[in-house]
Design a protein around this ligand. Structure first.
Ligand code: FES
Length: 105
């Protein structure tokens, strides 16, 4: 599965992700600095905010209520396709493009 991360400054990187990892883990392991992930994926920091491309957003499993609530606390205001990347699992047939917010803190 390929995940493309587009930084706020326009720099883009496409990474071959491991099935079962979260998108946040994929980013951190590959040195994508736009994902901070202070809490390590326990849904308590909102510093793993990503904006999912509209075309990909609908193909993701819907978010849990807790993620939705946490998204009101992001450093850059959420958009209609915002997600917390620690809550998105990489699946076999995934092709995902996300944009990173300008700041996470
Ligand atoms: Fe903290 Fe996602 S890593 S909420």
């Amino acid at each position: 599965p390929k995940i493309t991360f587009a930084a706020a400054d326009g720099e883009t990187r496409t990474i071959e992700a491991n099935i079962g990892d979260s998108v946040m883990e994929t980013a951190v392991r590959n040195g994508i600095s736009g994902v901070v992930a202070e809490c390590g994926g326990s849904l308590s920091c909102a510093t793993c905010h990503v904006i999912v491309d509209e075309d990909d957003f609908a193909s993701l499993p819907p978010m849990e209520e807790m993620e939705d609530e946490m998204l009101w606390g992001t450093a850059v205001d959420r958009t209609g396709t915002s997600r917390l990347s620690c809550q998105i699992r990489v699946t076999e047939d995934m092709g995902l493009r996300v944009t990173l917010p300008e700041t996470q803190v």
